[in-house]
Each structure stands twice: as structure tokens, then as C-alpha cells.
Design a protein around this ligand. Structure first.
Ligand code: MG
Ligand code: ZN
Length: 490
């Protein structure tokens, strides 16, 4: 008798994900049978031709599980659940200090965590692919902080950077910029916050300017306002103009524009579709504390706190903004024409942003949207098995599922939704310091999944910096791998 292999399982799920995203597909794992042969068949030590990295910002196991239960049901599975290899990624960052060794900071932000997989090295909060230093506002050294996307570009691979955030936000900036503070997104921002790193000061310039200089082939996301800033204080030449002169002659601004981009022969692609972050797929639904709910009787459960009968409104994104799936599909279409292969980073950014805001529907919708985009990539990987796909998160986040009858004390916000099972699920956000304030990141290790050549290297409990080696198609070298990991900051 022929047993279904992991490969056939993935083929089914990838095809299903593209054909009918949002429809729960029954899991195909052959539980109760030995999977050793199927897993062994998935192990390949070949160097991948293409690499696609998916980053769910703030997408810890809690966020993954919540999205799965809500959208696919208790017995359902997301696309990411179906990848053959899964590890856990340790993502602590560094505290500033005199060096050369730096103390760990167990709960970091998206900048040093993006630095970790981008460069294989750690740094301090707010910092992008640049070394640690004595204080957050004192620039470190860029020496040795070369990113996987720079390496891929210089190896002749096509390169792409896709995000639902401003493209100058920390996660897409990780592989594309070297700067001491993530706030320095456009030239005006850099003049204010990173004055010693502007081009006028002889530095590499703001994140937007550095991205134009990098020359990655396909850049898609939000953040038009950063690129609209003037290169010189008071000037009229913007970063958009600068990028055009650097070869970004295709600058789509709507979903239709993007659909009409068909080749890189006409120039590199800089597609920015909103002034700031892109619009979430699901309409917001705000978790609220018991204190707030008692003070606001008669609130609308479709906007605040939800109920056992509340479902998320899934039609929030305007049609002129492309979805993450559309951007991923277009990026793969354009980049895959390169004979040397390609490297692509795709970020589901607002999982984190809506988690900060205790917007439970916004958060779930962005998690599902990234999983749908993964479905697009898995369909490509099925036809092009020399492609490595890695899916991970930069750090963990606040949201927790609690018993649907539990009312958390004090200011912890909570919301209740009806899942596709028809059952209530309650989600709590408990790290804000006051009502309505931003909730914070958390420190639990995050998931990392992979399929394709070298995917087995993410198996087990790995360090976030180990992902750098896997992205480069390198077997972990002696002295870099986890088994010989040196002290902090090395
Ligand atoms: Mg991010
Ligand atoms: Zn965050």
C-alpha cells in the first residue's frame, strides 16, 4: 500500500491554499503511522537556488494558535503548520554597554531581531545591521554586519523585499540598511535622529536612501511618505526621484499598477501603496478591560470586546491596495526569471502592530493573510523544489488565549470571538501600563518552519542568528553553529 508522503501532503495543501484560501483543509498527516521515511525524504543538503523568508512580526506560538483556531478551527491547519521541519528560535538581543561583551536583553524589538537573521550577529534595541555600542543613540560599527540580501545580490541572485509595513520599517530595513536607530526612515527623520549618519554628514543616509542605493530588484510595501521626503533639507528632489535615478523606473502605486508590471527588463520595481503602513485585511475589533466595559455599557461588540457571537469583518482592505499574497505572487513572478535564482523576504508586519493595539481581529487577519501568502510561495516551491522556504517570527507578543469564562482583573484587555467551529474564544492583552496604551513584546522563543534544500538546519532549538547561515545556503560552519556558540555579542 502506498502511504502519502510529506511531499504529497504539502502539494495538496499548497494547491488548496491558492485555490481556496480561507477554507479549512483537513489535515493529511498520516497520524498513527511512522513518518520517519517521509521526513528523511525531505532532508536535502543541496544548496538552494532560491530562498524565500517569511517573517510574521510578533507572530509567536500564541498568535499562530489563535489565528488557526479562529480561521481554520480546532482540527484545522494553517499552511505553516504543514511544513515538514519545525524548530524554535531564541531571539534575545543585546543591552548597550562598554563592550566588548554585551549583556543580554531578553525582550527586544524588531530591529535587532531582524539584524540577527540578516547578519548572523546581535545588536541593541532599535538598531539595524550595525554593531552594539555604549548607548542606543551612539552609532556602532557596520563592520562585519553584511546582510544575506546583500550577499545574494553580489552572488548574482535577484533580490526582493516585501512588507505590509512602511518598507523603511525595522523588519524590511534589517536586510537593506545599516543604521543606529530604526526611526531614521527618511532623510528628514535621519537629520533629526541620526545626524551623524546622514549623507550630508558622510554617512550611508536614511533607510529609504540606503534602500535606493542597495538596488534590490523588487521592493513592495507601504511608506510613500518616507520616500517623499527631500534628499536635502528644504530641497525638492525626493527619495522617489533618487531611486528612479538609481534604476527604480517602475514605481507602481496601486494594485492595478502592480498587476501591470510584468518584467524587470523595464527597470527595478519600487511599489509603495500607502503613505504609512498598509491597511489590515480584517476590520479592527478592540479588546477592552473589565473596567472599560463596566464604564461603557451598551458598547458595540462588533467594535469593542466582541462576544460569543462576534465574527471579524474580513473586507477592510481597499481594492486599490494589493494584498500580501498579491505582492508575494508578483515578486516571485518577477524574480524567478533570473537564471541564478533569487532571495525574497516577505513580512506580515501588522500581526505585531495590531497586537500592540489589542486589536484582535486586525491581528488574526494579518496572520491569516501571511499564511495565505505562504500558500502562494508553497505552490511555487512545489513546482521548483530547489527553493528553500523559511517561516518564522522576530519576537513573541502579548496576546494570550484564556478560558472563555475567565474575566481578567484590573486593566488587562480582553475580547471574545466566535471561531469557525462556532465556539467562543477569549483573547487577553495584559502588558499595557494603562488603558489604551500599547502592549509590549514578550520573550518566549518563536517558531521557525522550513521546506526545501537545507530546511533541516532549522530543526530543534536554534538561535535566531543561525537563520543567517541557512538563508545563505551554507552549512553551519564550525565556530558559527549553535554547538560552539561563543559568549554574548560575538
Ligand atoms: Mg516588522
Ligand atoms: Zn512591535
Amino acid at each position: 500500500m502506498v502511504r502519502p508522503t510529506t511531499r504529497s501532503v504539502l502539494a495538496l495543501c499548497a494547491a488548496g491554499a491558492v485555490a481556496a484560501t480561507g477554507v479549512a483543509v483537513a489535515t493529511n498527516y498520516d497520524y498513527g503511522r511512522d513518518r520517519s521515511d517521509a521526513l528523511r525524504a525531505e532532508i536535502s543538503s543541496r544548496t538552494p537556488k532560491n530562498v524565500i523568508l517569511f517573517v510574521g512580526d510578533g507572530m509567536g506560538d500564541s498568535e499562530v494558535t489563535l489565528a488557526r483556531y479562529y480561521a481554520k478551527g480546532a482540527a484545522g491547519r494553517l499552511n505553516m503548520d504543514r511544513l515538514p521541519f519545525r524548530g524554535s528560535s531564541i531571539h534575545y538581543v543585546l543591552s548597550p554597554g562598554p563592550g566588548p561583551d554585551y549583556a543580554p536583553n531578553y525582550v527586544g524589538d524588531s530591529a535587532p531581531t531582524a539584524t540577527a537573521w540578516s547578519t548572523g550577529k546581535r545588536t541593541v534595541d532599535g538598531r539595524l545591521s550595525q554593531g552594539p555600542s555604549s548607548a542606543l543613540n551612539v552609532p556602532g560599527s557596520n563592520d562585519g554586519y553584511r546582510t544575506f540580501m546583500e550577499i545574494a545580490r553580489d552572488r548574482g541572485k535577484a533580490t526582493g523585499n516585501v512588507s505590509t509595513a512602511e518598507i523603511t520599517d525595522a523588519t524590511p530595513a534589517g536586510p537593506s540598511a545599516h543604521i543606529s536607530q530604526r526611526a531614521c526612515q527618511g532623510p528628514n527623520d535621519a537629520r533629526k535622529t541620526c545626524p551623524s549618519e546622514t549623507k550630508e554628514s558622510g554617512g550611508l543616509g536614511s533607510i529609504a536612501e540606503q534602500q535606493a542605493d542597495q538596488g534590490f530588484d523588487v521592493v513592495l510595501g507601504g511608506g510613500r511618505a518616507r520616500y517623499a521626503q527631500p534628499l536635502l533639507a528644504g530641497g525638492t528632489t525626493t527619495v522617489f526621484d533618487y531611486a528612479r535615478a538609481k534604476g527604480y523606473t517602475q514605481q507602481p502605486a496601486t494594485a492595478d499598477d502592480l498587476a501591470n508590471v510584468t518584467s524587470l527588463r523595464n527597470g527595478k520595481v519600487l511599489g509603495l501603496f500607502t503613505n504609512s503602513n498598509m491597511t489590515t485585511e480584517y476590520a479592527p475589533l478592540q479588546a477592552r478591560s473589565k473596567t472599560w466595559q463596566d464604564a461603557n455599557p451598551g458598547f458595540d461588540p462588533q467594535k469593542d470586546a466582541g462576544s460569543p457571537e462576534t465574527s471579524c469583518v474580513q473586507t477592510n482592505r481597499p481594492a486599490n491596495e494589493p494584498s500580501l499574497s498579491m505582492m508575494t505572487s508578483k515578486a516571485i513572478q518577477l524574480l524567478s526569471r533570473n537564471r541564478n535564482g533569487f532571495v525574497l523576504q516577505v513580512e506580515g508586519a501588522s500581526i505585531d502592530k495590531r497586537d500592540h493595539a489589542a486589536d484582535v481581529c486586525g491581528q488574526i487577519g494579518e496572520t491569516v493573510a501571511m499564511d495565505d501568502a505562504l500558500g502562494v510561495a508553497l505552490a511555487y516551491q512545489r513546482r521548483n523544489p530547489d527553493t528553500l522556504i523559511i517561516v518564522t517570527a522576530d519576537h513573541a507578543h502579548t496576546s494570550q488565549m484564556i478560558n472563555a469564562g475567565q474575566v481578567p482583573a484590573s486593566l488587562a484587555a480582553f475580547a471574545t470571538l466566535k471561531t469557525v467551529d462556532g465556539a467562543p474564544i477569549r483573547v487577553m492583552y495584559g502588558t499595557a501600563t494603562e488603558e489604551g496604551a500599547s502592549h509590549g513584546h514578550t520573550g518566549a522563543q518563536v517558531p521557525v518552519w522550513a521546506i526545501g534544500p537545507q530546511a533541516a538546519n532549522i530543526q530543534g532549538t536554534i538561535d535566531q542568528t543561525d537563520i543567517f547561515g541557512v538563508l545563505n545556503g551554507l552549512r553551519p560552519a564550525r565556530g558559527h553553529g549553535w554547538w560552539t556558540r561563543p559568549a554574548y555579542g560575538k
